[in-house]
Structures are given as C-alpha cells and as structure tokens.
Design a protein around this ligand. Structure first.
Ligand SMILES: NC(=O)c1ccc[n+]([C@@H]2O[C@H](COP(=O)([O-])OP(=O)(O)OC[C@H]3O[C@@H](n4cnc5c(N)ncnc54)[C@H](OP(=O)(O)O)[C@@H]3O)[C@@H](O)[C@H]2O)c1
Length: 307
C-alpha cells in the first residue's frame, strides 16, 4: 500500500511516499480500515521536527497521522461493535497517512450520517481536545465566561462550538479570516489579537483555554477572575504567574477515544456542531499539506485524501 513516512527528523524534505505492506490485525479488538481521508495535525509536524522526542518518542521511519476516516475491511476475532463495510472514524494516534490503518475498537466510532469522509477525518482530535480542556479539566458550566485563545483555529473552533452548546459566554481571540469564522461558530465576542489588546478589553473570565502558547498565553493571566483557571494545550503555563494572580493553571494532554468524543458527536447529530475543513490535499502531497499548516493563518483542519 501507499504510505507517507518520515525517513528522518527535519524539514518537510524528510517526507516521502513509500510502498509498505498493508498492516495486519495484531489484536482481537483491532479493525483494519481502508482510509479515505486523514487529518493533518500540528503534532505530526512537531514529531517530524524532533520536538517530541521526550514526550512522544517514535521510531524512524515513521508513518504519521492521528486520525482518519474510512471503511472497515476486516475485523479481529473479539470485535463486537463493528462489521466489515462500516464507515468509521479512527483515532489512530499514528499511521493514519496511509491507504490502510489498524485501530482498536475503543478508538473507532461510526461516521455520523451526513458527514463526508473528509469532514469525518477532521473532527476527532478537535472534539476530543475540546472535551478534555473545557469539561474534563475546565469543568465548564452554563453561564460561565470563557476566553478561547485561537478561536478561529482547528482545536479552538471546536472549543467555541462546544462551549456555546453548553451555554457558556464565549469570547474568542483570532486574526484575519478567523475573526469571522469564530463569530460564525457562535462566539459572543471575537477580539482580533493583531489589532487589539485582549487584556484591555476582557476581565473576570472564569476559564481561559489557550491554543497558542508563548507570550500570548502569558498575557491571559490578567483577564481571569481570582480563583479562575487557565488551561493550555500548547505549553505548561507559569505556576509563578498563577500564584501571583490567584488562579489555577495547567497543561492539558487531551484524552481522545470513542468515549470522549460522545458529547461532540451528539452535537453533530443535533446539528449544533459543524466540522471546519480548511484545505484538502492528496496523500502524495503530505509535505505541502504540512508546510501549509506550518505557515499559519489556517482556519480549520487540513486533510489528506486517499484515492
Ligand atoms: N495538548 C493536546 O492534547 C493538544 C491537542 C491538539 C492540539 N494541540 C496543540 O494545540 C495547538 C493548536 O492546534 P490546532 O490544531 O488548533 O492549530 P491551528 O488550527 O493552527 O490553531 C492555532 C490557533 O492559534 C492562533 N494563534 C497563533 N498565535 C496567536 C497569538 N499570538 N494570539 C492568539 N492566537 C494565536 C491562530 O490564529 P491565527 O491563525 O489567526 O494566527 C490559530 O487560530 C498546536 O500547538 C497543537 O500541537 C495540543
């Protein structure tokens, strides 16, 4: 089968398309999926650049790809939830940039009716991350005031929609076309962070969800109420600043499984969550797709399609 692999760490020049054997089912609970579309995530690029050697070590050559959508072509002996021919989303962690991928049934879910394979490949990481940040770690409740840093991005856009669905008051930061996107996804207020200073405009927020990190994250301690919470999916926030501003702050590693996607999938079925796809590339264009994501200013998910 065709697959995309990293032959080394480095720039997108280390990406190559290769022929490798179709993976075999190793565990009774695994399914084998014919991939129709695969999501491209920032972590794929961080792994390629060698930034994740401590936190997410991989062996080279390495096939990236944490999420895919496709059709089940074979199942392990112990699989009870799925059958051959089912159209599914797979939360693969790795190996998604390929014609076939295996996944354990706990990390597979039926593709919601009405979603294309491209849309289905775009939602797993975003919804799972939003669920982990907003509800598991952030305990977000109806009526609370939330600021989402990067509300026009892939994970941030999912957070906007899921927070609105729960009845929170949502303020998002974004820039360029992301401003309109975050508004269209339901944000009550959107601040263009390139034109305005968020700290001058926002105060007494219960929860900050940061998808940008760096200096942009450090500023946001000021917008929280005393006792509020700052959560980041990019880098651990400063505990010194947390103590200074009397808030709780932490890094969230998302927990992405069929179970943690349940809330988001129910919103999709109810028509209150819409997948946002930014650009579609072919599998063989994986290097261009990653470079497109690296360039920034992306609003929504970058997807690879497999013919
Ligand atoms: N911890 C986890 O489990 C987990 C899970 C998923 C993702 N992540 C990480 O989260 C980050 C975002 O992922 P993503 O897929 O959502 O990427 P993305 O679609 O590129 O979104 C990033 C967002 O950050 C915004 N941004 C960049 N600089 C900013 C600044 N100075 N101030 C405010 N906003 C700024 C961007 O807005 P503009 O485009 O307008 O600049 C964009 O909307 C990545 O680092 C990724 O690796 C972590």
């Amino acid at each position: 089968m065709k697959a995309i692999q990293y032959k080394d760490y480095g720039s997108s020049e280390v990406i190559e398309q290769v022929e490798v054997p179709v993976p075999s089912i190793q565990n009774g609970h695994d399914v084998l999926i014919l991939v129709k579309a695969a999501g491209v995530n920032p972590i794929d690029i961080k792994i390629r650049m060698g930034f994740m050697k401590a936190a997410r070590p991989v062996e080279l050559p390495f096939i990236p790809g944490g999420e895919a959508a496709g059709i089940i072509v074979s199942i392990g002996d112990a699989v009870t939830t799925f059958k051959v021919g089912d159209e599914v989303i797979a939360l693969t962690k790795t190996n998604g940039y390929a014609e076939y991928v295996t996944a354990s049934e706990d990390f597979v879910l039926p593709k919601p009716q009405g979603l294309s394979f491209v849309e289905a490949a775009s939602i797993g990481v975003n919804i799972g991350t939003a669920q982990s940040v907003l509800f598991k770690a952030g305990k977000l409740e109806k009526g609370q005031k939330l600021l989402i840093q990067g509300g026009g991005g892939a994970a941030g856009g999912a957070m906007v929609q899921m927070a609105k669905a729960t009845g929170a008051y949502v303020i998002a930061t974004a820039s360029g076309k992301g401003v309109e996107l975050a508004k269209s996804l339901g944000a009550d207020e959107v601040i263009d962070y390139k034109l305005e200073d968020v700290t001058a405009l926002v105060k007494d927020v219960d929860l900050v969800a940061d998808t940008a990190g760096g200096e942009a994250q450090a500023k946001l301690f000021k917008v929280l109420r005393s006792g509020g919470t700052l959560l980041s999916i990019v880098i651990p926030p400063s505990q010194e600043l947390a103590a200074q501003y009397h808030i709780k702050a932490g890094f969230v590693a998302s927990n992405i499984s069929a179970q943690t996607l349940e809330n988001g999938i129910s919103l999709i079925k109810a028509g209150t969550f819409k997948p946002v796809v930014s650009k579609i590339f072919k599998l063989g264009e994986a290097a261009q797709a990653q470079d497109f994501l690296t360039a920034g200013g992306i609003n929504g998910k970058v997807i690879l399609t497999v013919d």
